[in-house]
Design a protein around this ligand. Structure first.
Ligand code: AVJ
Ligand code: FE
Length: 457
Protein backbone atom coordinates (compact mmCIF):
# COMPACT_ATOMS: atom_id res chain seq x y z
CA UNK A 1 0.00 0.00 0.00
CA UNK A 2 1.10 3.54 -0.61
CA UNK A 3 1.45 5.93 2.28
CA UNK A 4 1.24 9.39 0.79
CA UNK A 5 3.91 11.89 1.66
CA UNK A 6 2.95 14.94 3.67
CA UNK A 7 1.44 17.73 1.58
CA UNK A 8 0.19 21.13 2.60
CA UNK A 9 -2.08 21.39 5.62
CA UNK A 10 -4.17 24.37 6.50
CA UNK A 11 -1.66 26.56 8.27
CA UNK A 12 -2.43 29.71 10.17
CA UNK A 13 -5.76 31.46 9.72
CA UNK A 14 -6.22 30.10 6.23
CA UNK A 15 -9.90 29.24 6.24
CA UNK A 16 -10.45 31.71 3.41
CA UNK A 17 -7.71 30.17 1.30
CA UNK A 18 -8.94 26.62 1.83
CA UNK A 19 -12.33 25.96 0.28
CA UNK A 20 -14.50 23.48 2.17
CA UNK A 21 -14.13 20.87 -0.54
CA UNK A 22 -10.33 21.00 -0.63
CA UNK A 23 -10.26 20.84 3.16
CA UNK A 24 -12.46 17.72 3.04
CA UNK A 25 -10.14 16.14 0.48
CA UNK A 26 -7.13 16.90 2.63
CA UNK A 27 -8.77 15.52 5.77
CA UNK A 28 -9.74 12.31 3.95
CA UNK A 29 -6.13 11.88 2.72
CA UNK A 30 -4.75 12.30 6.21
CA UNK A 31 -7.29 9.91 7.75
CA UNK A 32 -6.22 7.35 5.15
CA UNK A 33 -2.51 8.01 5.71
CA UNK A 34 -2.96 7.36 9.44
CA UNK A 35 -4.98 4.22 8.72
CA UNK A 36 -2.41 2.91 6.25
CA UNK A 37 0.22 3.21 8.98
CA UNK A 38 -2.09 1.52 11.50
CA UNK A 39 -2.51 -1.35 9.03
CA UNK A 40 1.26 -1.72 8.58
CA UNK A 41 1.70 -1.95 12.34
CA UNK A 42 -1.19 -4.36 12.96
CA UNK A 43 -0.79 -6.60 9.91
CA UNK A 44 2.92 -7.23 10.39
CA UNK A 45 2.32 -9.77 13.17
CA UNK A 46 -0.01 -12.73 13.62
CA UNK A 47 -3.18 -12.81 15.71
CA UNK A 48 -1.54 -14.30 18.79
CA UNK A 49 0.98 -11.49 18.72
CA UNK A 50 -1.74 -8.83 18.32
CA UNK A 51 -3.53 -9.91 21.49
CA UNK A 52 -0.34 -10.51 23.51
CA UNK A 53 1.09 -8.22 26.14
CA UNK A 54 4.65 -7.44 25.01
CA UNK A 55 5.47 -5.22 27.98
CA UNK A 56 3.61 -4.07 31.10
CA UNK A 57 4.18 -0.53 29.77
CA UNK A 58 2.16 -1.16 26.63
CA UNK A 59 -1.31 -2.26 25.60
CA UNK A 60 -1.84 -5.26 23.35
CA UNK A 61 -1.76 -3.93 19.76
CA UNK A 62 -5.37 -5.00 19.26
CA UNK A 63 -6.40 -2.63 22.09
CA UNK A 64 -4.75 0.36 20.36
CA UNK A 65 -6.49 -0.59 17.12
CA UNK A 66 -10.02 -0.65 18.56
CA UNK A 67 -9.30 2.35 20.83
CA UNK A 68 -8.43 4.39 17.74
CA UNK A 69 -11.81 3.42 16.30
CA UNK A 70 -13.59 4.13 19.57
CA UNK A 71 -12.24 7.71 19.79
CA UNK A 72 -13.07 8.28 16.14
CA UNK A 73 -16.62 7.04 16.78
CA UNK A 74 -17.08 9.27 19.85
CA UNK A 75 -15.96 12.48 18.14
CA UNK A 76 -16.63 12.10 14.43
CA UNK A 77 -19.58 9.70 14.25
CA UNK A 78 -21.53 10.51 17.41
CA UNK A 79 -20.65 14.15 18.09
CA UNK A 80 -19.95 15.70 14.66
CA UNK A 81 -22.13 13.20 12.75
CA UNK A 82 -24.94 13.05 15.32
CA UNK A 83 -25.26 9.27 14.87
CA UNK A 84 -26.25 6.64 17.44
CA UNK A 85 -23.48 4.52 19.01
CA UNK A 86 -22.44 1.53 16.92
CA UNK A 87 -21.47 -0.65 19.88
CA UNK A 88 -22.18 1.22 23.13
CA UNK A 89 -21.30 -1.86 25.19
CA UNK A 90 -17.60 -1.63 24.26
CA UNK A 91 -17.05 2.05 25.18
CA UNK A 92 -15.70 1.23 28.64
CA UNK A 93 -13.19 -1.33 27.36
CA UNK A 94 -11.42 1.31 25.29
CA UNK A 95 -11.51 4.12 27.83
CA UNK A 96 -7.84 4.63 28.74
CA UNK A 97 -8.81 5.97 32.17
CA UNK A 98 -10.72 2.87 33.24
CA UNK A 99 -7.98 0.32 32.61
CA UNK A 100 -4.20 0.54 32.99
CA UNK A 101 -2.10 -0.55 30.02
CA UNK A 102 -0.93 -3.59 31.99
CA UNK A 103 -4.49 -4.79 32.68
CA UNK A 104 -6.01 -4.40 29.21
CA UNK A 105 -4.93 -7.88 28.12
CA UNK A 106 -7.39 -9.33 30.68
CA UNK A 107 -10.42 -7.52 29.21
CA UNK A 108 -12.97 -9.12 26.88
CA UNK A 109 -11.54 -7.11 23.95
CA UNK A 110 -12.74 -7.35 20.37
CA UNK A 111 -10.62 -10.00 18.66
CA UNK A 112 -8.45 -8.90 15.70
CA UNK A 113 -11.06 -9.52 13.02
CA UNK A 114 -13.83 -7.87 15.08
CA UNK A 115 -11.56 -4.89 15.77
CA UNK A 116 -10.74 -4.53 12.06
CA UNK A 117 -14.43 -4.67 11.11
CA UNK A 118 -15.26 -2.13 13.83
CA UNK A 119 -12.64 0.45 12.77
CA UNK A 120 -13.66 0.04 9.12
CA UNK A 121 -17.34 0.65 9.93
CA UNK A 122 -16.46 3.68 12.06
CA UNK A 123 -14.30 5.07 9.26
CA UNK A 124 -17.08 4.74 6.72
CA UNK A 125 -19.42 6.71 8.99
CA UNK A 126 -16.73 9.27 9.84
CA UNK A 127 -16.28 9.95 6.12
CA UNK A 128 -20.07 10.43 5.86
CA UNK A 129 -19.81 12.96 8.68
CA UNK A 130 -16.95 14.69 6.87
CA UNK A 131 -19.08 15.01 3.73
CA UNK A 132 -22.04 16.36 5.65
CA UNK A 133 -20.24 18.81 7.95
CA UNK A 134 -19.92 22.41 6.76
CA UNK A 135 -16.57 22.50 8.65
CA UNK A 136 -17.55 25.85 10.10
CA UNK A 137 -20.12 27.43 12.38
CA UNK A 138 -19.18 25.44 15.47
CA UNK A 139 -15.75 25.59 17.10
CA UNK A 140 -15.39 21.79 17.16
CA UNK A 141 -15.50 21.56 13.35
CA UNK A 142 -14.06 24.96 12.41
CA UNK A 143 -11.25 24.40 9.86
CA UNK A 144 -11.76 20.66 10.32
CA UNK A 145 -10.50 20.68 13.93
CA UNK A 146 -12.28 17.53 15.20
CA UNK A 147 -11.04 15.62 12.16
CA UNK A 148 -7.50 16.94 12.69
CA UNK A 149 -7.67 15.95 16.34
CA UNK A 150 -8.69 12.40 15.40
CA UNK A 151 -6.02 12.17 12.69
CA UNK A 152 -3.41 13.16 15.28
CA UNK A 153 -4.89 10.76 17.85
CA UNK A 154 -4.51 7.79 15.49
CA UNK A 155 -0.99 8.93 14.58
CA UNK A 156 -0.06 9.17 18.27
CA UNK A 157 -1.24 5.61 18.76
CA UNK A 158 0.73 4.61 15.64
CA UNK A 159 3.82 5.87 17.44
CA UNK A 160 2.77 4.04 20.62
CA UNK A 161 2.30 0.85 18.59
CA UNK A 162 5.77 1.37 17.10
CA UNK A 163 7.14 1.42 20.66
CA UNK A 164 5.30 -1.85 21.29
CA UNK A 165 6.99 -3.30 18.21
CA UNK A 166 10.37 -2.18 19.55
CA UNK A 167 9.63 -4.01 22.82
CA UNK A 168 8.45 -7.28 21.29
CA UNK A 169 10.85 -10.19 20.98
CA UNK A 170 11.57 -12.10 17.80
CA UNK A 171 12.88 -11.55 14.30
CA UNK A 172 12.17 -8.30 12.42
CA UNK A 173 8.72 -7.82 10.92
CA UNK A 174 8.89 -4.11 10.04
CA UNK A 175 11.10 -2.93 7.21
CA UNK A 176 12.05 0.51 5.89
CA UNK A 177 14.92 2.05 3.94
CA UNK A 178 17.77 3.61 5.95
CA UNK A 179 17.63 7.34 6.64
CA UNK A 180 19.70 9.73 4.51
CA UNK A 181 23.41 10.09 5.29
CA UNK A 182 24.83 13.26 6.80
CA UNK A 183 24.95 15.90 4.05
CA UNK A 184 26.23 18.95 5.93
CA UNK A 185 26.90 18.87 9.63
CA UNK A 186 26.13 21.92 11.74
CA UNK A 187 28.85 24.55 11.31
CA UNK A 188 29.23 24.95 15.08
CA UNK A 189 28.54 22.71 18.05
CA UNK A 190 26.48 25.29 19.91
CA UNK A 191 24.35 28.22 18.86
CA UNK A 192 23.80 31.44 20.80
CA UNK A 193 20.16 32.39 21.14
CA UNK A 194 20.10 36.11 21.88
CA UNK A 195 18.18 37.52 24.84
CA UNK A 196 14.71 38.87 24.21
CA UNK A 197 11.05 38.11 23.86
CA UNK A 198 9.47 35.60 21.48
CA UNK A 199 5.97 34.26 20.92
CA UNK A 200 5.45 30.82 22.45
CA UNK A 201 2.39 28.70 21.63
CA UNK A 202 -0.24 29.58 19.06
CA UNK A 203 -3.66 31.13 18.49
CA UNK A 204 -3.71 30.49 14.76
CA UNK A 205 -2.56 26.93 14.06
CA UNK A 206 -5.93 25.36 13.19
CA UNK A 207 -5.22 21.86 14.47
CA UNK A 208 -3.12 22.81 17.50
CA UNK A 209 -4.34 21.03 20.62
CA UNK A 210 -5.56 22.93 23.68
CA UNK A 211 -2.21 22.72 25.54
CA UNK A 212 -0.42 24.63 22.73
CA UNK A 213 -2.69 27.66 23.28
CA UNK A 214 -2.82 30.56 23.75
CA UNK A 215 0.10 32.33 22.10
CA UNK A 216 1.96 34.38 24.71
CA UNK A 217 5.17 36.36 24.87
CA UNK A 218 8.08 34.88 26.82
CA UNK A 219 11.20 36.93 27.47
CA UNK A 220 14.35 34.83 27.95
CA UNK A 221 17.92 35.71 28.79
CA UNK A 222 20.52 34.70 26.21
CA UNK A 223 21.47 31.01 26.25
CA UNK A 224 23.41 28.54 24.18
CA UNK A 225 21.88 25.39 22.77
CA UNK A 226 23.47 22.43 20.99
CA UNK A 227 23.15 22.70 17.22
CA UNK A 228 22.25 18.99 17.08
CA UNK A 229 20.88 16.30 19.36
CA UNK A 230 23.44 14.43 21.49
CA UNK A 231 24.73 11.49 19.44
CA UNK A 232 25.25 7.87 20.37
CA UNK A 233 28.99 8.46 20.05
CA UNK A 234 28.94 11.32 22.54
CA UNK A 235 26.66 9.41 24.87
CA UNK A 236 28.86 6.30 24.70
CA UNK A 237 31.79 8.45 25.87
CA UNK A 238 29.76 9.28 28.98
CA UNK A 239 28.92 5.62 29.55
CA UNK A 240 32.51 4.51 28.94
CA UNK A 241 33.83 7.21 31.29
CA UNK A 242 31.84 5.57 34.10
CA UNK A 243 29.03 8.08 34.02
CA UNK A 244 26.52 5.53 35.29
CA UNK A 245 28.70 4.81 38.34
CA UNK A 246 29.22 8.36 39.53
CA UNK A 247 26.37 9.93 41.52
CA UNK A 248 27.94 13.39 41.01
CA UNK A 249 26.32 13.59 37.59
CA UNK A 250 22.88 12.45 38.68
CA UNK A 251 20.11 14.23 40.54
CA UNK A 252 19.05 12.56 43.78
CA UNK A 253 15.93 11.08 42.18
CA UNK A 254 17.85 10.21 39.06
CA UNK A 255 20.51 8.31 41.00
CA UNK A 256 17.86 6.44 43.01
CA UNK A 257 16.22 5.41 39.76
CA UNK A 258 19.52 4.51 38.11
CA UNK A 259 20.30 2.17 41.07
CA UNK A 260 16.82 0.70 41.51
CA UNK A 261 16.28 0.23 37.77
CA UNK A 262 19.79 -1.15 37.26
CA UNK A 263 20.41 1.29 34.39
CA UNK A 264 23.82 0.86 32.74
CA UNK A 265 23.28 2.31 29.25
CA UNK A 266 20.36 3.38 27.03
CA UNK A 267 17.57 0.84 26.72
CA UNK A 268 18.22 -1.82 24.05
CA UNK A 269 22.03 -1.36 24.21
CA UNK A 270 24.37 -4.20 25.10
CA UNK A 271 28.13 -4.30 25.19
CA UNK A 272 30.26 -6.94 23.49
CA UNK A 273 33.94 -6.38 24.24
CA UNK A 274 34.69 -2.84 23.13
CA UNK A 275 31.61 -2.45 20.99
CA UNK A 276 28.13 -1.25 21.88
CA UNK A 277 25.37 -3.09 20.07
CA UNK A 278 21.67 -2.30 20.02
CA UNK A 279 18.50 -4.18 19.21
CA UNK A 280 16.24 -2.18 16.90
CA UNK A 281 12.94 -3.73 15.77
CA UNK A 282 14.48 -7.18 15.97
CA UNK A 283 17.81 -6.31 14.31
CA UNK A 284 21.00 -6.51 16.36
CA UNK A 285 23.51 -3.96 15.03
CA UNK A 286 26.47 -1.89 16.20
CA UNK A 287 25.29 1.41 17.68
CA UNK A 288 25.76 4.06 14.94
CA UNK A 289 27.93 6.80 16.46
CA UNK A 290 26.53 9.72 14.44
CA UNK A 291 22.84 9.08 15.18
CA UNK A 292 21.05 10.94 17.95
CA UNK A 293 20.90 8.79 21.08
CA UNK A 294 17.46 7.25 21.60
CA UNK A 295 15.70 5.42 24.44
CA UNK A 296 17.14 7.43 27.31
CA UNK A 297 14.99 8.61 30.19
CA UNK A 298 14.95 12.17 31.51
CA UNK A 299 17.31 11.25 34.37
CA UNK A 300 19.91 9.83 31.98
CA UNK A 301 19.67 12.94 29.78
CA UNK A 302 20.08 15.15 32.83
CA UNK A 303 23.12 13.17 34.05
CA UNK A 304 24.82 13.38 30.66
CA UNK A 305 24.24 17.13 30.50
CA UNK A 306 25.75 17.62 33.97
CA UNK A 307 28.76 15.47 33.07
CA UNK A 308 29.23 17.56 29.91
CA UNK A 309 29.19 20.80 31.96
CA UNK A 310 25.82 21.78 30.52
CA UNK A 311 22.13 21.38 31.34
CA UNK A 312 18.94 20.48 29.50
CA UNK A 313 16.97 23.32 27.90
CA UNK A 314 13.67 24.51 29.28
CA UNK A 315 10.65 24.03 27.11
CA UNK A 316 10.58 27.77 26.32
CA UNK A 317 14.26 27.71 25.31
CA UNK A 318 13.64 24.74 23.04
CA UNK A 319 10.72 26.45 21.33
CA UNK A 320 12.55 29.75 20.91
CA UNK A 321 15.56 28.02 19.35
CA UNK A 322 13.25 26.05 17.06
CA UNK A 323 11.04 28.82 15.72
CA UNK A 324 12.27 32.32 16.43
CA UNK A 325 13.43 34.16 13.30
CA UNK A 326 15.91 36.69 14.71
CA UNK A 327 15.72 38.90 11.62
CA UNK A 328 12.00 39.58 12.08
CA UNK A 329 11.35 38.42 15.64
CA UNK A 330 8.53 36.28 14.27
CA UNK A 331 7.80 32.72 15.43
CA UNK A 332 7.63 30.13 12.65
CA UNK A 333 5.43 27.04 12.41
CA UNK A 334 8.53 24.87 11.86
CA UNK A 335 12.26 25.51 12.21
CA UNK A 336 12.64 25.91 8.42
CA UNK A 337 9.64 28.16 7.94
CA UNK A 338 5.87 27.84 7.65
CA UNK A 339 5.73 25.08 5.03
CA UNK A 340 4.75 21.53 5.93
CA UNK A 341 7.51 18.96 6.51
CA UNK A 342 8.85 17.10 3.46
CA UNK A 343 11.28 14.15 3.36
CA UNK A 344 14.12 16.62 2.70
CA UNK A 345 13.37 18.62 5.86
CA UNK A 346 12.85 16.11 8.67
CA UNK A 347 12.82 12.43 9.57
CA UNK A 348 9.15 11.82 10.37
CA UNK A 349 6.32 9.41 9.63
CA UNK A 350 8.03 6.03 10.19
CA UNK A 351 9.55 6.44 6.71
CA UNK A 352 12.78 5.23 8.32
CA UNK A 353 12.79 3.10 11.43
CA UNK A 354 15.60 4.94 13.17
CA UNK A 355 16.90 8.47 13.73
CA UNK A 356 19.02 9.94 10.94
CA UNK A 357 22.67 10.88 11.58
CA UNK A 358 23.42 14.43 12.62
CA UNK A 359 23.75 16.57 9.51
CA UNK A 360 21.20 14.61 7.47
CA UNK A 361 18.74 17.53 7.22
CA UNK A 362 20.63 20.81 6.68
CA UNK A 363 17.55 22.21 4.86
CA UNK A 364 15.51 21.67 8.01
CA UNK A 365 17.69 23.83 10.27
CA UNK A 366 16.24 26.84 12.09
CA UNK A 367 17.31 30.40 11.20
CA UNK A 368 19.78 30.28 14.08
CA UNK A 369 21.34 27.12 12.62
CA UNK A 370 19.89 24.57 15.00
CA UNK A 371 19.50 21.20 13.27
CA UNK A 372 17.06 18.32 13.57
CA UNK A 373 14.72 19.88 16.11
CA UNK A 374 11.74 18.28 14.38
CA UNK A 375 11.84 14.52 13.79
CA UNK A 376 14.51 11.91 14.64
CA UNK A 377 14.05 11.81 18.44
CA UNK A 378 11.76 13.48 20.97
CA UNK A 379 13.87 15.83 23.09
CA UNK A 380 13.60 15.97 26.87
CA UNK A 381 13.33 19.41 28.45
CA UNK A 382 13.59 20.33 32.14
CA UNK A 383 10.06 21.71 32.18
CA UNK A 384 7.19 20.05 34.01
CA UNK A 385 3.76 19.64 32.44
CA UNK A 386 1.81 22.84 33.05
CA UNK A 387 -0.80 24.91 31.20
CA UNK A 388 0.14 28.17 29.50
CA UNK A 389 -1.29 31.35 31.03
CA UNK A 390 -4.87 31.69 29.78
CA UNK A 391 -5.25 27.95 29.01
CA UNK A 392 -8.76 26.66 28.46
CA UNK A 393 -9.83 23.06 27.96
CA UNK A 394 -10.82 22.18 24.40
CA UNK A 395 -12.57 19.97 23.66
CA UNK A 396 -12.10 17.57 26.60
CA UNK A 397 -10.08 17.63 29.84
CA UNK A 398 -8.69 14.10 29.55
CA UNK A 399 -6.28 15.00 26.74
CA UNK A 400 -4.13 17.56 28.57
CA UNK A 401 -5.65 19.05 31.67
CA UNK A 402 -5.92 16.01 33.92
CA UNK A 403 -2.15 15.51 33.60
CA UNK A 404 -1.09 19.08 34.45
CA UNK A 405 1.06 19.22 37.57
CA UNK A 406 1.79 15.47 37.53
CA UNK A 407 5.20 13.81 37.60
CA UNK A 408 6.02 14.54 33.97
CA UNK A 409 8.63 16.30 31.86
CA UNK A 410 7.89 17.92 28.54
CA UNK A 411 9.36 16.46 25.35
CA UNK A 412 9.50 18.41 22.10
CA UNK A 413 10.01 17.98 18.38
CA UNK A 414 8.66 14.53 17.51
CA UNK A 415 10.61 11.46 16.43
CA UNK A 416 11.05 9.31 13.33
CA UNK A 417 7.89 7.57 14.55
CA UNK A 418 5.75 10.75 14.60
CA UNK A 419 3.64 11.72 11.60
CA UNK A 420 4.18 15.12 9.99
CA UNK A 421 0.56 16.06 10.75
CA UNK A 422 1.11 15.38 14.45
CA UNK A 423 4.11 17.67 15.00
CA UNK A 424 4.95 21.37 14.77
CA UNK A 425 7.20 23.73 16.69
CA UNK A 426 4.42 24.40 19.23
CA UNK A 427 3.56 20.73 19.84
CA UNK A 428 3.97 19.57 23.45
CA UNK A 429 4.41 15.97 24.59
CA UNK A 430 4.94 14.78 28.14
CA UNK A 431 5.92 11.61 29.95
CA UNK A 432 7.20 10.34 33.28
CA UNK A 433 10.90 11.13 33.75
CA UNK A 434 11.76 7.41 34.03
CA UNK A 435 10.22 6.43 30.68
CA UNK A 436 12.51 5.38 27.84
CA UNK A 437 10.57 2.95 25.68
CA UNK A 438 9.51 6.09 23.79
CA UNK A 439 11.77 7.43 21.03
CA UNK A 440 13.43 9.92 23.35
CA UNK A 441 16.76 11.70 23.14
CA UNK A 442 17.88 15.21 23.99
CA UNK A 443 20.18 18.13 23.30
CA UNK A 444 21.98 20.27 25.87
CA UNK A 445 21.91 23.96 26.63
CA UNK A 446 23.85 26.26 28.91
CA UNK A 447 23.77 29.73 30.35
CA UNK A 448 25.72 32.56 28.81
CA UNK A 449 28.03 33.86 31.50
CA UNK A 450 27.77 37.63 31.83
CA UNK A 451 30.79 39.35 30.32
CA UNK A 452 31.88 36.27 28.40
CA UNK A 453 32.39 38.19 25.19
CA UNK A 454 30.52 40.40 22.77
CA UNK A 455 28.04 37.74 21.72
CA UNK A 456 27.02 37.21 25.34
CA UNK A 457 26.54 40.89 26.08
C1 AVJ B 1 0.42 13.10 24.24
C2 AVJ B 1 1.60 11.04 23.88
C3 AVJ B 1 1.20 11.83 26.10
O1 AVJ B 1 -0.16 8.68 24.43
O2 AVJ B 1 -0.56 9.28 26.45
C4 AVJ B 1 -3.30 9.30 23.06
C5 AVJ B 1 -1.44 11.01 23.55
N1 AVJ B 1 -3.80 10.86 24.45
N2 AVJ B 1 -4.55 9.11 23.46
C6 AVJ B 1 -0.46 9.54 25.25
C7 AVJ B 1 -2.82 10.40 23.68
C8 AVJ B 1 -4.87 10.04 24.32
C9 AVJ B 1 -0.68 10.97 24.83
N3 AVJ B 1 0.62 11.73 24.76
FE1 FE C 1 -5.77 7.47 22.97
Amino acid sequence: MTVTEPGPLPGGPLSDEWGTESLRTRVAELLERARARTRVLTEAVDEADLVAQHSPLMSPLVWDLAHVGSQEELWLVRDVGGREPLRPEIDGLYDAFQHSRASRVELPLLDPSEARAYVAEVREKALDALGASPLRGRRLVEQGFAFGMIVQHEQQHDETMLSTHQLRAGPPVLHAPPPPAAAASPAVAEVLVPAGPFTMGTDTEPWALDNERPAHVVDLPAFRIDAAPVTNGAYAAFVDAGGYDDPRWWSERGWAHRVEGGLVAPQFWERDGDTWWRRRFGVLEPVPAAEPVCHVCFFEAEAYATWAGKRLPTEAEWEKAARCDPSTGRSRRFPWGDDEPTPALANLGQRHLQPAPVGAYPAGASPLGVHQMVGDVWEWTTSGWHPYPGFSVFPYPEYSQVFFGGDYRVLRGGSFGTDAAAIRSTFRNWDHPIRRQIFSGFRCARNVEPGSGPEGA
